[in-house]
Design a protein around this ligand. Structure first.
Ligand code: ATP
Ligand code: MG
Length: 196
């Protein structure tokens, strides 16, 4: 199967993540999307949600979509998650699948700095999507990376988890920026300064 991996901190997961995943699936005929929240070491967590809460919110966001699955491998591996280590584990566990890694324009520009990018790009195809505020120019990437990044068009949305956390803390509306089930989970848990 062709599997798209949608990785992120998901603190919280929002419509930008979901639209990116769906655009990649639709444009490149992916069979499934696996949502993979990254492990964030406790000392780096700050005021954000715990690993379990980020898994719960991601599950709440994707539960009704048949082609979307949760992948908690980076929580399981622990520590700081480098994509190369995670992918080696996935290639071992699922030699039968072809993996595509979905990233927003901010991450595409940053690709040359990824840990062991040559080894990663030798076996992995990236799918880049646009993100307001970030240019998506593949010509700026080193030659050997350019053919490893496919593009997918999504309806651009200027949403970030950081902005959602700030809005919630100020009591501003985040309706239609995150799924209803995620919003309910946040309020029920009193996350990001909300009051149950
Ligand atoms: P934070 O503000 O905490 O950094 P974020 O909104 O950037 O959160 P991440 O979990 O850091 O979300 O991002 C995970 C992946 O989703 C990255 O590849 C990122 O580029 C992509 N992404 C996040 N928001 C959008 C968006 N609005 N449009 C397109 N891609 C996005
Ligand atoms: Mg980010």
């Amino acid at each position: 199967m062709k599997i798209g991996i949608m990785g992120g901190t998901f603190d919280p997961i929002h419509m930008g993540h979901l639209l990116a995943a769906e655009a990649a699936r639709d444009s490149h005929a992916l069979d499934e999307i696996w949502f993979m929240p990254s492990h964030v070491p406790p000392h780096k967590r700050g005021a954000g949600a715990s690993g379990q809460q980020r898994l719960d919110m991601t599950e709440a966001a994707i539960q009704d979509v048949q082609q979307y699955e949760m992948l908690d491998i980076e929580m399981e591996l622990g520590g700081v998650s480098y994509t190369i280590d995670t992918m080696k584990e996935l290639w071992n566990r699922y030699p039968e699948h072809d993996f595509y890694f979905i990233i927003g324009a901010d991450m595409v520009n940053y690709l040359p700095k990824w840990e062991q990018i040559e080894e990663l790009a030798a076996r992995l195809t990236f799918i880049g999507v646009g993100r307001p505020g970030f240019q998506l120019h593949l010509d700026d990437l080193p030659d050997e990376l350019q053919d490893k990044v496919l593009l997918a068009e999504m309806p651009l949305v200027d949403i970030s988890s950081t902005a959602i956390r700030k809005r919630l803390a100020k009591g501003q509306s985040v309706r239609f920026m995150i799924p209803v089930a995620v919003h309910e989970y946040i309020v029920r848990s009193g996350l990001y300064g909300t009051k149950p």
